[in-house]
Design a protein around this ligand. Structure first.
Ligand code: PMP
Length: 432
């Protein structure tokens, strides 16, 4: 069996002449797994279709946003209905107020919220506000967490940065880098040490409450609450970056699932229903520091874009009104994860699988994966071979060991069975 990728290959060749590396975001280039990226043409429900007409079961779902599956009728209708209004005003609209109210009603920590256009903008803005609010300069982030490509975050960064071997990017000045302190994920003692060494200098601690960017890593028992307690004691702004986990792990995100409320939250992905949207929000007293209410400047010509707001409202309202989606996502993901474990058992393999809700990762290591150091014990060559064995069987996985998979509500029990059949064959092929 061998799928034809001729058109994708031709397009990639052309793309490399006009776009750096042929792609508009690095992980897409398949560098970590070898081979050439597929150029996609359309998608419907659980499926992707490439330029050569091949069909794939999608386990990335645009890195999260397509939680209801691709081309969901209700989201598409919302976009069509909004089109005659305007593509952009750059002025206030009713829809933005409704969107803000909906987010506030769903996400426990958010009392006020500002819309932006990407997850990167959300995190960059959130730390500026935390710095302005506290009058302090330094932030703490965790090794292997990714918070977009803002300068302050390209220090020990996960996701594409580690996939391409550049966790500390050239182009970030020493001054900026010096203000970002890093600790291993799940290591409260290391955080305490950093705070002790920098008294009254830490503006914010930012983290993925469940990490998706070193593969899927869950917070250890007590880690989130421990950070909450430290931040309260030291007047540090605790920021949960829920760009991946927001509206996915529960309608109120990881903070609802784990019952720990940060001071600020950054959001993206699902919030736009597939359109480019991000947001940051939090306690009123902090968000009132944002211009024009307060002195911390942050702005955006296209922020609150009417079409993007309509798509996002449709997706979020659906999730708000249909809690059964989360039950279904959990059921299907449990099935994929448990089935993979059974397949491995049958083949005498003992790789690690991490799962929280509808996010999961298969790590090609027998070590438990709880932080960046343990994630890096994975056999990346084996992962690359597994990725291609699955792709050949019509399953589209994230093209890096250091990315989580995202399940959509369009994956039925039957499709989960076909995934597991492919998984058994792919794992078998690796042993050969
Ligand atoms: N934060 C997290 C946790 C992310 O996973 C990402 C993107 N994967 C970002 C921020 C940046 O979002 P964007 O790519 O929309 O800028």
């Amino acid at each position: 069996m061998s799928l034809i990728h001729k058109t994708s290959q031709d397009l990639f060749h052309r793309a490399q002449q006009s776009i750096p590396g042929g792609v508009n975001s690095p992980v897409r280039a398949f560098r970590a797994v070898g081979g050439q990226p597929l150029f996609l043409k359309s998608a419907k429900g659980p499926y992707l279709f490439d330029e050569d007409g091949n069909q794939y079961l999608d386990l990335i779902n645009s890195w999260g946003p397509m939680i209801l599956g691709h081309a969901h009728e209700m989201v598409e209708k919302a976009v069509r209905d909004a089109l005659p209004g305007s593509l952009s005003f750059g002025a206030p609209t009713r829809r933005e107020v409704e969107m803000a109210e909906l987010i506030i009603s769903m996400v426990p920590s958010v009392e006020k919220v500002r819309m932006v256009n990407s997850g990167t903008e959300a995190t960059m803005s959130a730390i500026r506000v935390a710095r302005g609010f506290t009058g302090r300069d330094k932030i703490i982030k965790f090794e292997g967490c990714y918070h977009g490509h803002g300068d302050s975050f390209l220090i020990a960064a996960g996701s594409g940065a580690i996939t391409l071997g550049v966790p500390d990017s050239p182009g970030v000045t020493k001054g900026v880098a010096n203000d970002t302190l890093t600790a291993p994920y799940n290591d409260l003692a290391a955080v305490q040490t950093l705070i002790d060494a920098n008294p009254a200098q830490i503006a914010a601690i930012i983290l993925e409450p469940v990490v998706g960017n070193m593969g899927l890593v869950a917070p250890a028992e007590g880690f989130l609450q421990g950070l909450r307690d430290l931040c309260t004691k030291e007047n540090i702004v605790l920021i949960f970056d829920e760009v991946m986990t927001g509206f996915r792990l529960a309608k109120g995100g990881a903070q609802e699932l784990y019952g720990v409320t940060p001071d600020m939250t950054t959001l993206g992905k699902i919030i736009g229903g597939g359109m480019p949207v991000g947001a940051y929000g939090g306690k009123k007293e902090i968000m009132n520091a944002v211009a024009p209410a307060g002195p911390v400047y942050q702005a955006g010509t296209l922020s609150g874009n009417p079409i993007a707001m309509s798509a996002g409202m449709a997706a979020l309202s659906y999730l708000n009104e249909h809690p059964e989606v989360y039950t279904q996502l959990q059921h299907i993901t449990d099935k994929l994860v448990n089935g993979t474990m059974l397949n491995m058992k049958q083949l005498g393999l003992n790789y690690t699988i991490n799962q929280v809700g509808s996010m999961y990762s298969l790590f090609f290591t027998e070590h438990p994966v709880t932080d960046f150091a343990s994630a890096k014990t994975s056999d990346l060559e084996l992962f690359g071979r597994y990725f291609h064995e699955m792709l050949q069987r019509g399953i589209y996985l994230a093209p890096s060991q250091f990315e989580t998979l995202f399940v959509s509500a369009a994956i039925t029990d039957e499709l989960a069975d076909s995934y597991l059949a492919a998984n058994l064959e792919a794992l078998q092929a690796l042993k050969a």
